[in-house]
Each structure stands twice: as structure tokens, then as C-alpha cells.
Design a protein around this ligand. Structure first.
Ligand code: AMP
Length: 219
């Protein structure tokens, strides 16, 4: 399997789809948000900085991201493909990622974009709940995505929590950051003819089916 980058606005479902693709094709799901949420638990200067930045909905400094990503992509399990969920997030990161790919003798692969409108995203953001043990994603505002038992993960029995940045105030900021910094990446990758767009307002199953069709046709 080639490498995959997911690009989408906040709460569009890239984490959920990344989990499904990772399971089907046995490749690692690398979520920079998940990595940073671990860093922010640390009782250190960097932990505090990451907590503040994520909670406000801004982007963590590029230099920190480069260190985290290059280290992770150099690990053995990335040799046969991986999914990047949340990186690159601006054009500078994409340029740096090209350099990292060249150093690791890896190819760009597919860029999959989930398209969805702002109103739907705002509704999803306030209902999103995440398992603190396995990172499975639920949504109490979407009937088919609610857990069977309130606040408990269907998959592992872990406790569900709400992210500190999953509120309407942080969402406004995150959405603006997406429009200003992340969306220009589409032009960046479009030039290479690697961008595949999927309607992210459909059900999880339908989106996943479209993604597997893209991957299997392009393999
Ligand atoms: P996510 O889980 O992808 O929604 O990311 C949550 C938050 O982590 C973002 O709002 C940013 O504050 C931070 N973050 C994740 N990935 C990156 C990145 N590539 N560059 C900068 N900040 C990031």
C-alpha cells in the first residue's frame, strides 16, 4: 500500500476513516493530533505550550511537528505505507514533508480530501466523544454514531471524553485556520495530480467504500 494523507476540516471524520483504512490495509495510522494530545499530558514546558495551543484551536509550531513526524515515519512499521492524519497542515509543512519523503526514500502516495460544509461540522464538533484508551470516535449528535452505553466505548469498554478543543469557540478558530492555512494545500497537491475528493457528509460506511475504491483503483 502507498502512503495516504487525509486533508479535511475539523470533525470531518478523518480520524474515523483513518482508523478504518489502517485496519483494512494493515498500515499504521499516524494522527499528529493524537501524538500532541499525549505530549500535552506531560508536566513540562512543551506539554504546557501544546495544551494551550490545542485548546485555543491554533497550530503547534512547525519545528515541533517536524521533529515528531520525522521520528515517527522513520520507524519500522512505516516501511510498507502509512496514513497521515493531520500532517501536513500548511504549505511550509508540505514542503518540509517533501524533503522528509526524499530522505526516507518514500513516495507521496494519495491525498484524500473529505469535503463537508461548516454547519454540519459545527454540529459534529459538539457531539464528538473519544475513547481515552483506544481513541475510537463516537458522536452523540449523530444517531448511527452514538455508543451503545452512554460514555463507554463499544470496542474496548474505555471511558469516553470530550476534547478540550471540541467546543464552538475553538471550532471557529480551527475552521478559520483550516481555510487560511490547510486548504491551500489542495492547490499544492493538485499540481501533482494526487488529490482525490470525497463527499464527507455521507455515512461512515459510504465514505469508507468510496475511499477503498480510490485506493484499489489507483494501487
Ligand atoms: P486534530 O486531532 O487533527 O484535529 O488536531 C488537533 C490539534 O492539534 C490542532 O487543532 C492543532 O492545534 C494541533 N495539530 C495537529 N496536527 C498539527 C500539525 N500538523 N501542525 C500544527 N498543529 C497541529
Amino acid at each position: 500500500m502507498k502512503n495516504i494523507i487525509f486533508i479535511a476540516p475539523p470533525a470531518a471524520g478523518k480520524g474515523t476513516q483513518s482508523n478504518l483504512v489502517a485496519e483494512k490495509y494493515h498500515i499504521p495510522h499516524i494522527s499528529t493530533g493524537d501524538i500532541l494530545r499525549e505530549v500535552m499530558k506531560e508536566d513540562s514546558e512543551i506539554g504546557e505550550y501544546v495544551l494551550e495551543t490545542i485548546t485555543g484551536g491554533g497550530l503547534v509550531k512547525d519545528e515541533i511537528m517536524y521533529t515528531l513526524i520525522e521520528k515517527r515515519l522513520g520507524e519500522e512499521d512505516c516501511k510498507n505505507g502509512y496514513i497521515l492524519d493531520g500532517f501536513p497542515r500548511n504549505v511550509e509543512q508540505a514542503e518540509k514533508y517533501d524533503e522528509i519523503l526524499a530522505r526516507l526514500h518514500q513516495e507521496l502516495g494519495y491525498v484524500i480530501v473529505l469535503e463537508i460544509d461548516e454547519k454540519t461540522l459545527a454540529r459534529r464538533i459538539t457531539g464528538r466523544r473519544i475513547c481515552e484508551d483506544c481513541n475510537a470516535v463516537y458522536n452523540i449528535n449523530v444517531e448511527s454514531e452514538t455508543p451503545e452505553v452512554e460514555s463507554i466505548c463499544d470496542l474496548c469498554g474505555g471511558k469516553l471524553y470530550q476534547r478540550s478543543d471540541d467546543n464552538l469557540e475553538a471550532f471557529q478558530n480551527r475552521y478559520q485556520v483550516y481555510l487560511e492555512k490547510t486548504k491551500p494545500l489542495l492547490d499544492y497537491y493538485e499540481k501533482e495530480g494526487k488529490v482525490f475528493r470525497v463527499d464527507g457528509s455521507q455515512s461512515i460506511e459510504v465514505i469508507f467504500k468510496k475511499i477503498t475504491e480510490i485506493l484499489e483503483e489507483a494501487i
